[in-house]
Unconditional design. Structure first.
Length: 420
């Protein structure tokens, strides 16, 4: 291992690409904030049982991918593999659900950890922005979240994504389907591990990527044919609401998600330019999760969008975001006196809210102008001894190349006018 290598399955966000990550987070956050979601932040680790019970004992996330640790005090913790269980735990702890304002709508942004087989688009440390609407059973809420995610991707300029939609039924109809599926799976020619999975979590077998398994699944019973009337009606309303909003989706009757808490509405946003790790976001309804972690019945729905994969999707589509240049004005000082004066001007500009930077490191004119170019600044301020003797600095427009002398005490006004 080379000394400067980040751990396997992780990478660093560095400029200029890091600015795109911030813009993606910000764009998603803007949509949910605008829809009444309040910001929540929970710890990076939780009691391991929260995820074991919430995400599901038989899921890959819990059995294979969790970073668990025992503290010196003997507590069993896990780095959070996802956000939903934590956010619900936090809402229950703070009694947010008892304040008569259901649904409680929360959004979050942060790092998540899964010990996965690392590959392009699949990391051990990744970033999500998520939204959860807790404590209401209302198809409009499911629709709201799907529409907001769609709006976020559209606002970013993404085009080549698709929305896959399914219903996983509820505690009335799913067990009946589960049994029918199990009976079907027991009759197939499957390896031992898959047969074991069929006993614990048969729906996950539908998600098996192997061609020989998929071939055998062609005639598998479909959950759609087992949905109870209430689930059918609920799903139909969700479909109608998002259709009315102009959101295009595909019914995907085999869509199952990698977490056990889902009921009824489930959806995934997939991007066609990403190869095998195509899911840029996903979510659904989790009406039973609160009870699974020891809380009261609180039907809820939410999603999480993967920031890393959204950035990859932007790159795959060749979308460049309209990011403001980090620096508007770059100051180039020639000589000690000019350094003192221009450093003061940079401070003055920054205090006035103008993004400004300075030629640090005592470089000559050529090196400093290179820095100015690299900074992307619209304007440069250049001053040497002769300018100072005349009480001026040179203000140069980097786009037009025009340059003029500006009196020292008029720099702020001149810069303001020229940037406007
Ligand atoms: P998830 O589908 O496991 O759902 O993750 C959501 C998104 O996070 C994925 O679509 C993907 O973009 C990103 N993601 C997941 N794992 C990785 C990884 N190893 N590397 C890079 N990106 C990854 C959840 O986490 C649920 N908590 C979503 C939810 C919220 N359901 C209801 N509320």
């Amino acid at each position: 291992m080379s000394t400067f290598q980040a751990p396997k399955g992780t990478y660093d966000l560095i400029p200029p690409r890091s600015a795109v990550f911030l813009a993606v987070r910000d764009t998603i956050a803007t949509q949910v904030r605008n829809a009444g979601y309040g910001y929540v932040e929970t710890p990076g680790f939780e009691d391991v049982n929260l995820f074991a019970r919430g995400v599901g004992e038989s899921t890959d996330i819990v059995t294979k991918e969790m970073y668990t640790l025992t503290t010196k005090g003997g507590d069993q913790l896990a780095l959070r593999p996802e956000g939903t269980a934590s956010v619900l735990r936090a809402a229950l702890q703070a009694n947010l659900h008892k304040q008569g304002n259901l649904p409680v709508k929360l959004w979050y942004s942060g790092s998540y950890y899964r010990y996965e087989r690392a590959q392009a688009g699949r990391y051990r440390h990744f970033s999500q922005v998520g939204a959860e609407a807790i404590g209401a059973e209302d198809p409009a809420l499911d629709a709201e979240l799907i529409i907001l995610a769609d709006q976020a991707y559209r606002a970013l300029g993404l085009r080549q994504y698709r929305i896959l939609l399914n219903s996983l039924g509820d505690k009335e109809c799913r067990p009946v389907y589960r049994e029918a599926l199990q009976t079907f799976l027991r009759g197939l020619d499957l390896d031992e591990e898959t047969l074991r999975r069929a006993e614990i979590n048969p729906l996950r077998v539908l998600d098996d990527k192997r061609v020989d398994v998929q071939k055998q699944l062609v005639d598998a019973p479909l959950l759609r044919d087992y949905l109870c009337d209430a689930c059918k009606a609920y799903h139909e309303q969700v479909r109608e609401l998002i259709t009315a909003a102009g959101v295009v989706f595909e019914d995907d009757l085999k869509l199952v998600r990698g977490l056990d808490y889902y009921t009824r509405t489930t959806f995934e946003f997939v991007h066609d330019g990403l190869g095998s790790q195509s899911a840029v976001g996903g979510g659904g309804r989790y009406d039973g999760l609160s009870e699974m972690i020891g809380g009261p019945a609180l039907p809820s729905v939410g999603w999480a969008l993967g920031v890393d994969r959204t950035v990859l999707a932007l790159e795959a589509e060749g979308v460049t975001l309209d990011l403001p240049a980090p620096t508007s004005v770059f100051a180039v000082a020639l000589g000690e006196e000019a350094r003192r004066v221009l450093f003061g001007k940079v401070t003055e500009l920054r205090r006035a809210g103008i993004a400004a930077d300075f030629s640090f490191g005592g470089k000559g004119l050529k090196g400093s102008m290179k820095d100015a170019n690299r900074s992307g600044a619209r304007l440069t301020l250049v001053a040497g001894e002769r300018d100072l003797a005349e009480g001026v600095v040179q203000l140069k427009d980097m786009e037009s190349g025009e340059q003029r002398a500006v009196a020292l005490d008029e720099v702020l006004e001149a810069v303001r006018a020229q940037l406007a």
